[in-house]
Ligand binder design. Structure first.
Ligand SMILES: Nc1ncnc2c1ncn2[C@@H]1O[C@H](COP(=O)(O)OP(=O)(O)O)[C@@H](O)[C@H]1O
Ligand SMILES: [Mg+2]
Length: 318
């Protein structure tokens, strides 16, 4: 029986067509086809149309996320795990990195600046220390420090603060966002790794100070001990997190690789930013991955992991 791969995308334009084309070419003799997924009004117990879905946008389209959670239970191999992606946060990831032996900047999670209008601080916030001991917090992270959202992306609301006053000013703009304050790593080198299938890791030199389009610096390849260490740590992080597509960024200071941002479950795959050779590397690894899931020669990392899998009856068919 032929297998179908569906792709969910947002704004990106350069990845979808070549990706579908490569999967269709490699899959032709294997009975695997790929298309842009089309979803809407799916029922709770309906045979899923797709054997595999590559999800690049459910963080912005909640209906997709709702559908994907149910589809996993009905047999679709979703990349990435919609449950874990929804639960994951930068602060948790910093603690996890420590437990994995991967270096991360010293990090503190902060109570929100603001709450929903219905919240009466005297009643609902009784467990919050107030005022915060900013001296102690900054004593731990040092200054300068980075104040940034615990979840989010695209460098939105990321502030580098050099003094207490700057910190408070930035914190005062954070509204209902939960923020983390992080030691600023004054790096000498910077590497971003594209990670596919929890095994394949492509470290690329990256300069976050340059304009967006110039940041991936392909002319200066990552080599030697830095390459080995980046691959090892990025692989460990994505294996522990269970992400089949992710990017992992490291700031390198005095020979130590500090993991800065590894919560990128819909990483930038555009050919103009990651550059052509890296783009083809991605297409090749991503297509192999979806083919292995479509054909059942590999299993997504999350399958069978949550408690409810134990109770779900395998033989019930929609
Ligand atoms: N602790 C840090 N030390 C040094 N630079 C940082 C630190 N945290 C963030 N940055 C810089 O800010 C950029 C954006 O932060 P990041 O955590 O990646 O946020 P986002 O999730 O919005 O991409 C990073 O790519 C990095 O260049
Ligand atoms: Mg980032």
């Amino acid at each position: 029986m032929s297998k179908l791969v569906g792709l969910l995308v947002g704004r990106e334009n350069t990845f979808p067509e070549p990706f579908l084309e490569v999967v269709n070419t490699k899959g032709r003799d294997l009975g695997v086809r790929a298309e842009m997924a089309l979803l809407g009004g799916t029922a709770e117990f309906e045979a899923p149309r797709y054997d595999v879905i590559v999800d690049r946008i459910s963080h912005e389209v909640p209906y997709y996320r709702a559908h994907l959670k149910s589809a996993t239970l009905l047999g679709t191999a979703v990349i990435n795990d919609p449950f874990w992606w929804e639960a994951d946060e930068k602060f948790f990831e910093c603690t996890l990195a420590r437990k994995l032996g991967v270096a991360v900047p010293r990090t503190v999670v902060l109570p929100n600046k603001e709450y929903l209008p219905d919240i009466d601080p005297g009643v609902s916030l009784r467990n919050l220390r107030y005022p915060l001991d900013w001296e102690a917090i900054v004593g731990y992270t040092g200054l300068p420090a980075v104040l940034k959202p615990n979840t989010g992306g695209g460098w939105k609301d990321v502030h580098v603060v050099g003094s207490m006053e700057e910190l408070w000013r930035a914190y005062d703009t954070s509204g209902t966002n939960t923020m983390i304050l992080q030691e600023f790593i004054d790096w000498q080198d910077y590497v971003r790794c594209i990670c596919i299938g929890r095994e394949q890791v492509l470290p690329i030199r990256y300069d976050p100070r340059l304009p967006f389009i110039d940041r991936y610096r392909t002319e200066d390849p990552v080599e030697g001990w830095l390459y080995d260490r980046a691959v090892e740590d990025a692989r460990l992080l994505t294996q522990a997190l269970g992400y089949d597509m992710d990017t992992v960024e490291f700031a390198v200071r005095d020979g130590v690789l500090y993991a800065i941002d590894f919560l990128n479950p819909a990483p930038d795959f555009d050919n103009f930013s990651i550059k052509e050779a890296n783009f083809w590397w991605v297409l090749d690894r991503m297509s192999d991955l979806v083919l292995s899931y479509a054909l059942g020669s590999a299993d997504p990392p999350w399958r069978g992991q949550q408690r409810w899998w134990r109770y779900a009856k395998a033989e019930v068919t929609p």
